[in-house]
Write a protein that binds this ligand. Structure first.
Ligand SMILES: [Zn+2]
Length: 186
């Protein structure tokens, strides 16, 4: 009887879940991609979409190589975004036109961040590493019970799982990172 009750509860929950209307996590239908987090769903001007990643590219300044250097120097995403905006505003903006024909369009920091996060695989690797590092640091600050001064084993387990996830992520990204030096030594 107890099992029967459990199944009926489970059934009710499933019915409720099926009534929800869910959207795709990433939409590829033209004109319907407004929920995407990438440049495809944004009306903001993006220099990298409009110029660097298209045939309109201005070959006198390779912004992507600047970004690569900053990343290799270990710069965090917000610092890279600031540097990219400095280059755009000082060197490129005056020669740009947006989709509506406006000259010298503003390229917002949020638009630079959006593009780099979703279109640059190396930036995404760096971002994911930062997310896992932040998770570990925050979790490590809540492991000891303030009253008893003893380690909370649920929090400890969660912290160790995050450390394990970071170690696995770094291991997985290792071959891609060491590819260039290894090739140079051949
Ligand atoms: Zn873009």
């Amino acid at each position: 009887m107890e099992h029967g009750d459990d199944f009926s509860v489970l059934g009710d929950n499933l019915a409720e879940a099926n009534d929800e209307i869910l959207d795709p996590i990433y939409c590829t239908d033209p004109g319907k991609e407004t929920g995407n987090l990438s440049c495809s769903s944004s009306a903001d001007f993006c220099y990298l979409c409009s110029y660097m990643d298209s045939t309109l590219s201005m070959n006198d300044l390779d912004l992507n190589s600047h970004i690569r250097v900053l990343l290799e120097e270990g710069k965090e995403l917000p610092a890279i975004v600031r540097a990219v905006l400095d280059i755009y505003n000082n060197e490129l903006r005056d020669n740009c036109v947006d989709d509506q024909g406006n000259a010298a369009p503003e390229w917002k920091a949020s638009s630079v961040t959006r593009h780099l996060l979703h279109n640059n695989p190396d930036i995404f690797v760096s971002y994911t590493e930062s997310v896992l590092q932040h998770l570990i640091v925050r979790q490590s600050q809540n492991v000891v019970d303030r009253t008893t001064k003893r380690v909370n084993h649920t929090e400890r387990k969660a912290l160790l799982e995050s450390i394990d996830a970071l170690a696995k992520w770094k291991q997985r990204c290792k071959p891609a990172r060491s590819k260039r030096p290894a090739t140079a030594m051949d």
